[in-house]
Design a protein around this ligand. Structure first.
Ligand SMILES: [Zn+2]
Length: 335
């Protein structure tokens, strides 16, 4: 996936007021055309697949972002790649059997990292899949065009399409759940990077002498503030974390968001995921306070963090947006 320089001539509308809670936007933003990422495409309903370390979900999502069908199951903890794929196959078959509409494509959001733009995937939280050829396997199973992207990048697209970042051209979307992921939209475009892995905010260092991380580093956000990390630190499920731990998680996420805001000149972070949303105000208030302390430059000072707007539909709407993005790009004549 490359980066397009093409845009449509549709007006983006009232960008400033669309963003809630008085978020400051620059005058120039209002003149930015609707990016290909969020433009309506001819895609009808698409098959949406979300693959995480804890659960897998498959759904049918129509062209206005409504989830028509869905099925979910726990992700097998097996080291056998076929056992993991078997669980996914059952969900795909179940949804396709139930659907009255034929999907036009298949979009996938999968835990990272991945290789060659999603051709193969190696999710840190799914030990059975290392360079697993997910795209080819799903194509063979469904007969559909399949597009695979990182699950947090998928969420970023979904939040811009139908969620809390609608009308915003520069923002960060994050998932704080079993792991910590992110996706960045800048100048109205989702950042891909050379291998499709741009946005891995879970591996920004927030505690230099902190806990070892599965990536081989130390003190990464994911090693300190993910559900897995909190459970390891407290010895209890993250949902039982006390207020101090909830606030610590928010503070560390805010620290990472502040670095990204300072680096990229974006002023909005939308955060989804069971840990962040479950921690609620303790998390978001602490994160906003940390951002306030660490975003001192004029352009970064207005940076706000707020919950994602898609609720439990976020992963599927995001996965659908991954397919729709690719279809829109093709209709534009390729990138
Ligand atoms: Zn790491």
């Amino acid at each position: 996936m490359g980066v397009s320089t093409e845009t449509t001539d549709l007006p983006v509308g009232d960008v400033g007021p669309v963003v809630p809670d008085g978020l400051l936007t620059r005058d120039t933003v209002a003149t930015v055309p609707v990016p290909t990422e969020f433009r309506p495409s001819s895609a009808a309903a698409v098959l949406a697949v979300d693959i995480g370390g804890t659960k897998m979900e498959v759904g049918l999502v129509d062209d206005d972002g409504t989830v028509l069908e869905r099925a979910r199951a726990a992700t097998p903890g097996s080291d056998d790649p076929e056992q993991v794929f078997d669980a996914l196959r059952e969900l795909v078959t179940e949804v396709l059997d139930r659907s009255t509409t034929s999907p036009s494509a298949c979009g996938v959001g999968c835990g990272g990292p991945m290789e060659a733009g999603g051709t193969t995937v190696s999710p840190l939280n799914i030990s059975g899949w290392r360079r697993f050829p997910l795209l080819d396997r799903l194509q063979a199973l469904t007969g559909l065009d399949v597009v695979v992207d990182n699950d947090a990048k998928a969420l970023a697209l979904g939040e811009g399409w139908r969620g809390a970042a609608q009308g915003c051209t520069d923002y960060l979307a994050m998932v704080v759940s079993t792991g910590v992921g992110g996706g960045v939209v800048l100048d109205g475009r989702l950042l891909d990077g050379s291998g499709g892995n741009a946005g891995h905010i879970g591996h920004l260092v927030v505690e230099p002498d902190g806990r070892p991380c599965m990536c081989g580093g130390r003190g990464c956000l994911e090693a300190e503030a993910s559900g897995t990390a909190i459970a390891a630190i407290t010895g209890r499920p993250s949902a039982e974390a006390d207020a101090a731990m909830r606030r610590r998680c928010g503070t560390l996420v805010g620290r990472a968001v502040a670095s990204v805001a300072n680096l990229l000149d974006l002023q909005l972070a939308v955060v989804a995921g069971s840990v962040a949303l479950g921690f609620g105000d303790d998390f978001f208030d602490a994160a906003q306070m940390e951002i306030g302390m660490r975003c001192g430059l004029d352009f970064a000072r207005p940076t706000r963090i707020r919950p994602g707007g898609l609720g439990i539909d976020g992963p599927l709407v995001g996965a659908a947006a991954v397919a729709r993005r690719q279809i829109a790009v093709r209709e534009d004549g390729g990138r």
